[in-house]
Design a protein around this ligand. Structure first.
Ligand SMILES: Nc1ncnc2c1ncn2[C@@H]1O[C@H](COP(=O)(O)OP(=O)(O)O)[C@@H](O)[C@H]1O
Ligand SMILES: CC(C)(COP(=O)(O)O)[C@@H](O)C(=O)NCCC(=O)O
Ligand SMILES: [K+]
Length: 250
């Protein structure tokens, strides 16, 4: 059984995958910039490990050591590329596209037919569009909602607190103004992209997805494991390609 690991800027997410690369239940942990989260990985696992990271390389080092020590083999890192698993990257320099975005595009493309927008609302909020043929059309990056609030705190004297209920109307206190401002900025960006592209499907992922879901117009599908789905798909296809090229060389 394969272990799939997605290292984001705030949290690491992981799941076991079946033989088809489909992830099972996802576990998530805030890593606080440290690699000791590997201590929480299951000990009854016999690998292989496939991972992708957009965070500091240091965060993956303990995972690589864990894989070598426990499983006797290197963990395999997936990076963005010009094309993989039926999806073509829009970037002229594909290696510059965040691998979490790349894998989310691959996961989203394989979830169903037609064009798709995938929103990943985490430390950053990213919006990517893939057309019905698998051509990534490009995307947008803004700070995630928590990061927007942190930016206000970093650059002003405001020290706002989270609020329970964010209204759809204008705010009448600072805490609500900051929280609602971040939420409506995110919603406005997403709805603008949805208006500009003819989209058949809409996928929402990331730690802040639930806060956005009921504010967005249209039919949104919550897919917290979309990056891991893409990773599983790439892992399976890479294994198939490797075994067929070994076959040819014999
Ligand atoms: N238990 C949690 N720990 C940390 N952040 C959380 C948690 N639950 C929800 N969040 C929110 O999710 C965001 C991180 O989402 P995630 O998709 O994991 O991001 P990333 O991929 O950037 O690490 C945080 O910015 C925070 O707003
Ligand atoms: C935009 C991101 C910071 C999002 O990271 P996350 O919020 O998932 O931790 C990451 O995908 C990244 O570092 N991208 C590289 C730049 C790009 O995608 O163009
Ligand atoms: K993100």
């Amino acid at each position: 059984m394969t272990l799939l690991v997605d290292i984001g800027n705030t949290r690491v997410k992981w799941a076991r995958a079946d033989a088809a690369g489909r992830p099972g239940p996802v576990q998530a942990l805030a890593h606080d910039g440290r690699g000791d989260w590997v201590d929480t990985l299951s000990t009854d696992f016999d690998g292989p490990v496939w991972f992708a990271t957009v965070a500091d390389a240091d965060l993956a080092t303990p995972l690589q050591a864990w894989s070598r020590d426990r499983l006797g083999r290197a963990a395999v890192e997936v990076v963005s590329s010009a094309s993989a698993a039926g999806v073509q990257c829009a970037y002229a320099r594909p290696e510059c596209l965040g691998v979490d975005r790349w894998l989310a595009c691959i996961g989203a493309f394989h979830r169903g037919p037609g064009s798709v927008v995938v929103v990943d609302a985490g430390t950053a909020l990213t919006v990517d569009v893939v057309d019905a043929t698998g051509c990534h059309q490009g995307g947008l990056i803004v700070p995630g909602m928590a990061t927007m609030q942190q930016a206000i705190h970093a650059h002003t004297r405001i020290r706002s607190q989270p609020v329970e209920q964010v209204p759809d109307d204008l705010a009448r206190d600072t805490d609500t103004a900051v929280a609602a401002g971040a939420l409506h900025a995110a919603v406005g960006l997403i709805e603008r992209v949805c208006r500009r592209f003819a989209l058949d499907r809409r996928i929402l992922a990331g730690g802040e997805a639930a806060r956005l879901a009921d504010r967005l117009e249209g039919d949104w599908h919550l897919a917290p494991d979309i990056v891991l789905e893409g990773l599983g798909r790439v892992a399976v296809e890479s294994a198939i390609n490797a075994s067929s090229s070994n076959g040819h060389s014999r």
